[in-house]
Write a protein that binds this ligand. Structure first.
Ligand code: MN
Length: 739
């Protein structure tokens, strides 16, 4: 067991290794401050909480960041989890440190509740946009890395959730920042929880063959080293490694290969002093081994966007085993391992001049880099890529991307123009705000709407930032004038109708309306009203024509009725029972008993596809009977029901005479691989369910989302199918979509 003090001393030693003039007094003060504030809080594994910030600081030190970063890393959970405050940290340490801690806290509070691919890029951008200082995101990545390393103590649900977030959000961010080593570790740790079976298979196999691998690598290493010596290429470092498990996993599944078949399991690195030496080494390698055509890549001449530079080639060794060789300078290597973080340390070491051209990528992120000294450089190292955008959440957790300085009006119209037009209030993070409130990254925005809303006001066009909102508001005003016309026209039509002794019900009856419409020169009643409203047609003319038509219809109908009455049918059975006063049996429709109503039309909502066994609730639609939802369907959420519709929600239950089967939908999220569809179809057919729909959507980064529609007898069978699907290798999540 390593004591806290020993851990702390190890941290100091690591820092001393790259920054002898670090502020050790303040670093120790930060350690003690965090230790005292976290007090006797414990982590899930039973260790004192302070071990976590200490380890995060250790990772940050391994990235070779500055004193402020180490101090902020030690304090990173203080605002969130203890009684410490921003002001207290600013006073005892510095406002910069407090800003960084505050930034990390804000990222920690971001809730991810979506799995949709198009949302992931928005989430990643949001994290960038929220980290005003790049050190915030570096510390957040270190925090996530340590949490993933200690994930075994969490519940399985949390493990999967965090692993998914890490794979989808944090690993790509680490990649974007050029932090190869951190990215690999995040990916491997995520894979361990996302696909434990495959992970174990790979790790076990690597372990079983580690001796052979080591032998192979040391042979190749010796061959290359010897040849470089003969060629007079000095100060070269050569070493080999086995590729990391997630990289092997990806290749196995993408190419449907066993581990033995995976191309280049091994990667070798040759580090040298100069770019010229890199190309010399390449010549030596291609002379020693047979290069595979089309596998050479020159990232020195054309660096990757994340500023990675290296020469890559794949060759075939003596025993016919292919392997990759990466050749780069020591400086390029530091960038490859730690990306942005390495660049920083590099800047600290070299004051003022030299080497800057290498970092065009970072340069683009900077606001004013000219003549900046190291200190200023760090402070200007802000991520301003997304400064013209703001990212906010809907109450359901979807990220909405709006122009900077957007307001609740922009948000409402970006959801739907009907939301904007009926908006009566807005809440941000649970508090009421004005319509001109400026949204911040990470805000959760909720719009209150009302059927009786007056619609947008003219001022809104000025308040809104997005062209989308502005044009929708303008559209409303244009259309609204038509509606004013309609309302006015309808009023004068109705009054004229009354004058003639008729009612609206008379002319809108389904068997009358079509005939009436033939007599007037308009396709719909609204068109007629609008015309009357603006004076293009008169109410009197309309009523006269309609009256003539109705008199005609009534005459014909009267003759028919007389004929029917002559035939005199006996009353139907139900009417007889009702007449005798017998109690009505509770009848169900499609297996659904609707409280207080019988013989009503029932349909199952498409959004949540309930099956017998689900808790359900009904909604009386306008004209299509009762729509049945699952109780947990967001569309049935009492908090989201509009006031006007409150009375339409009714109790429903499953009757005894349920149908033989019910259609329901499932969503299956998987890491894509060959034969996945076959495995899924096999499970469905062996489960004896009818499949009426199956479609798959592949995402750019290798995931597949299946939407399956099946018929099941009820919840029990559905649950079995879901379990079986969940057991398929590379399936990550099986859910019933709702809402
Ligand atoms: Mn933490």
């Amino acid at each position: 067991m390593v004591s806290l003090e020993e851990r702390y001393e190890h941290l100091e030693k690591t820092i001393r290794g790259y920054n002898i003039s670090a502020d050790f007094a303040q670093i120790r003060a930060a350690y003690e401050y965090a230790r005292d504030h976290h007090g006797d809080q414990l982590r899930r594994d039973g260790t004192p909480y302070i071990t976590h910030p200490l380890q995060v600081a250790q990772i940050v030190a391994e990235m070779r960041l500055d004193s402020e970063s180490i101090i902020a890393a030690l304090l990173h959970d203080c605002i969130e989890d203890t009684d410490s405050t921003y002001d207290d940290i600013a006073k005892r340490f510095s406002s910069t440190v407090a800003d960084i801690v505050d930034g990390v806290t804000k990222l920690t509070r971001v809730q991810y509740s979506t799995m949709e691919e198009e949302q992931m890029e928005n989430l990643r951008k949001m994290l960038f946009a929220m980290s005003k200082d790049i050190r915030v995101i570096l510390i957040k990545i270190a925090d996530r890395l340590h949490n993933m390393r200690t994930m075994e103590y969490q519940t399985p649900e949390k493990q999967k959730k965090k692993a998914f977030e890490t794979m989808e959000i944090y690993a790509p961010i680490a990649h974007r920042l050029g932090m190869q080593k951190v990215k690999w570790e995040l990916e491997d740790l995520s894979l361990k929880y996302l696909d434990p079976v495959a992970y174990k298979e790979i790790v076990d196999k690597l372990a079983a063959e580690s001796q052979e691998h080591a032998q192979f690598m040391s042979d190749v290493q010796a061959q290359i080293t010897q040849r470089l010596g003969e060629m007079g290429i000095g100060n070269a470092t050569v070493y080999g490694r086995v590729k990391h498990p997630y990289s092997i996993y990806r290749k196995m599944y993408a190419q449907d290969k066993t581990m033995d078949e995976v191309y280049d399991l091994f990667a070798f690195r040759v580090l040298v002093d100069t770019v010229a030496d890199c190309y010399n080494v390449l010549g030596v390698i291609h002379d020693l081994y047979k290069p595979i055509l089309g596998r050479f890549k020159d990232y020195i001449a054309t660096p990757k966007p994340n500023m990675y530079q290296s020469l890559h080639t794949t060759v075939i060794g003596d025993q016919g085993i292919p392997f990759e060789v990466q050749i780069r300078t020591y400086d390029m290597h530091a960038i490859a391992e730690y990306g942005v973080a390495a660049h920083w340390k590099y800047k600290q070491g070299i004051k003022g001049e030299g080497g800057e051209k290498t970092y065009e990528w970072i340069r683009r992120l900077l606001e004013n880099q000219e003549d900046a000294d190291a200190e200023d450089f760090i402070h200007s190292l802000k991520i301003d890529m997304f400064s013209d955008e703001v990212f906010v959440f809907t109450p359901r957790g979807d990220v909405i991307n709006l122009p900077a300085e957007s307001t609740p009006i922009d948000f409402a119209y970006s959801i739907h123009s009907a939301i904007g037009n009926s908006m009566v209030g807005a809440k941000v993070n649970g508090r009421m705000v004005g319509f001109d409130y400026q949204l911040h990254n990470g805000d959760i925005v909720e719009i209150n709407t009302s059927k009786s809303a007056h619609g947008p006001s003219r001022d809104w066009v000025k308040i809104a930032r997005s062209s989308e909102a502005r044009s929708k508001i303008r559209q409303w005003f244009k259309k609204e004038r038509r509606e004013e016309n309609i309302a006015q026209g309808r009023a004068s039509f109705e009054s004229e109708l009354k004058h003639a002794g008729m009612t609206m019900a008379q002319i809108t009856a389904p068997d009358v309306l079509p005939a009436v419409m033939k007599r007037i020169p308009f396709k719909t009643l609204d068109e007629m009203y609008a015309a009357i409203g603006y004076g293009g047609y008169t109410a009197l003319k309309a009523v006269n024509r309609i009256r003539d038509e109705i008199i005609h219809i009534n005459r014909t109908a009267g003759q028919e009725k007389a004929a029917e009455a002559a035939k005199a049918q006996p009353p139907a059975k139900e009417q007889q029972e009702a007449a005798k006063g017998l109690p009505k049996k509770v009848k169900s429709e499609k297996g659904i008993v609707v409280e207080g109503l019988s013989n009503c039309l029932v349909k199952f909502s498409k959004c949540c596809t309930p099956v017998p066994g689900d808790e359900i609730v009904g909604f009386i639609t306008r004209g299509y009977g009762v729509s049945v939802h699952r109780k947990d369907c967001p569309n049935a959420d009492p908090a989201r029901r509009s006031e006007a519709d409150q009375g339409r929600w009714i109790k429903v239950s499953w009757g005894e005479d349920v149908n033989a089967s019910y259609d329901t939908s499932l969503e299956v999220v998987c890491k894509d691989r060959p034969k996945l569809l076959m495995d899924i179809s096999t499970v469905l057919s062996t489960s004896k369910v009818n499949v009426s729909g199956l479609n798959v959507q592949s995402t750019a980064d290798g995931f597949a989302i299946f939407h399956v529609t099946i018929s099941v007898t009820g919840y029990q069978q559905l649950d079995q199918v879901m379990r079986k699907l969940g057991q398929i290798s590379s399936v990550m999540k099986v859910t019933r979509p709702a809402g």
